[in-house]
Design a binder for this molecule. Structure first.
Ligand code: HEM
Length: 359
């Protein structure tokens, strides 16, 4: 469970902060996770009084306020420290191929459009938004694949037709030849959307929808879970069935940007102008993980070592936080062949060499 998160945190951290993370004990992983735990608790639906509806409530003391203050202080501390690490690195003349170095160079030349505090927290937000979300979806996908081996078999037919044991699938060259992998990723987003309640949006003007007035100032949510489990929209909605996406071969960004809004694949990344800007990265991350895992390994439900009985995975066992995540579970992971394993080790060595520039 931790390594799914280490992977997604490291990918986002490399791109945004120019720092690869390899260690569960490092500042970039451990401190960040402690912050996320407090953040998730503070944001849990129902955890705070409804101050948006009744602003007077914010003048009353309460545990929820202390928790929110603590979360803010931890965020400020985390991202100020992260920025100090980058400044120290740059002071030694080291610049890396990443978002923060690009922006620091740009603002040093053109001037700052925001405060240092806002800047540090903005870069922090990219990690807060990108790490847990993608890891949760990956954990959902591993759970579903181990539970439903027939889906693995179907995917492997497609994978094996393109990649023999000598190389693993690559997004850049294999995406079009492996449409079923894209279907699996989409079905995970629909079946167990991690942002199941969406994020709140504020109506900036009076708006009429279907004969109903939504007054200015109203807070609205896209009811992601309700839409994804609407029997009319997604028949047999509780079934994990990637086939329902065979008619949607493109990535989520293309459906989200299309004027044909009735043909959306799902709403797991939200909707409208504030839709998730990280979906392009998340989609590619998930595709890679599913394609490479299925190419290299067989996943199955765990077996009790004493009784020899299969321990069935529970596809309903999820947390109840603002970001939906499977509760800890176990799966059996077996390499498909010694040749696959050899290729994994070879590809690992070249990946390590490439990634060393961000360490
Ligand atoms: C499977 C993975 C992900 C899921 C399910 C997800 C989901 C979401 C959702 C539902 C929203 C709210 C959209 C709305 O208000 O309508 C959002 C916003 C956002 N996401 Fe993601 N996200 C994922 C990955 C990422 C990644 C990898 C990044 C960046 C590294 C990212 C960055 C952001 C940011 C910055 C926002 C705020 C956008 C704004 O308010 O304008 N997300 N995401």
């Amino acid at each position: 469970m931790d390594y799914a998160k280490l992977y997604t945190t490291s990918v986002a951290c490399t791109l945004v902060w120019g720092q690869r993370i390899t260690d569960l004990e490092s500042f970039w992983f451990k401190d960040f996770n402690e912050l996320m735990d407090v953040w998730i608790e503070a944001e849990e639906p129902g955890a705070n009084p409804p101050i948006d509806e009744f602003p007077i409530l914010k003048y009353f003391p309460g545990k929820w306020k202390k928790r929110a203050d603590k979360c803010r202080d931890m965020m400020d501390e985390m991202w100020d420290k992260a920025r100090a690490i980058i400044d120290e690195r740059r002071a030694k003349g080291i610049k890396r191929d990443c978002f923060i170095d690009t922006k620091l160079d740009e603002y040093a030349e053109k001037g700052w459009p925001m405060s240092q505090h806002a800047f540090n927290n903005l870069f922090g937000e990219l990690l807060e938004a990108g790490a847990d979300t993608t890891a949760n979806q990956i954990l959902t996908l591993i759970l579903a694949l181990a539970k439903y081996p027939e889906i693995q078999q179907k995917a492997r037919k497609e994978i094996d037709a393109v990649c023999d044991a000598s190389r693993s699938p690559q997004f850049a060259i294999d995406f079009d030849q492996m449409p079923y992998i894209n279907c699996i990723v989409k079905e995970g987003m629909r079946w167990r959307p991690t942002a199941s309640g969406g994020l709140p949006h504020l109506c900036t003007e009076d708006y009429w929808y279907d004969g109903m007035l939504i007054p200015k100032g109203t807070i609205t949510f896209v009811g992601v879970w309700a839409i994804h489990h609407d029997e009319k929209l997604y028949p047999d909605h509780e079934k994990f069935d990637p086939d329902r996406y065979l008619g949607h071969p493109k990535l989520a960004g293309e459906y989200a940007a299309s004027p044909d809004y009735n043909n959306r694949d799902h709403f797991g990344y939200g909707a409208g102008r504030r839709i998730c800007p990280g979906m392009h990265l998340a989609e590619r991350n998930m595709w890679r993980i599913v394609a490479k895992l299925l190419w290299a390994f067989e996943l199955s439900e765990p077996v009790d070592p004493i009784s020899g009985n299969v321990i069935p995975l529970d596809v309903q066992a999820y947390n109840s936080a603002i970001l939906l995540r499977p509760l800890p579970y176990k799966v059996t992971v077996k390499p498909r062949s010694p040749d696959h394993l050899k290729s994994v080790q070879g590809e690992l060595a070249s990946a390590m060499k490439f990634m060393s520039q961000w360490e």
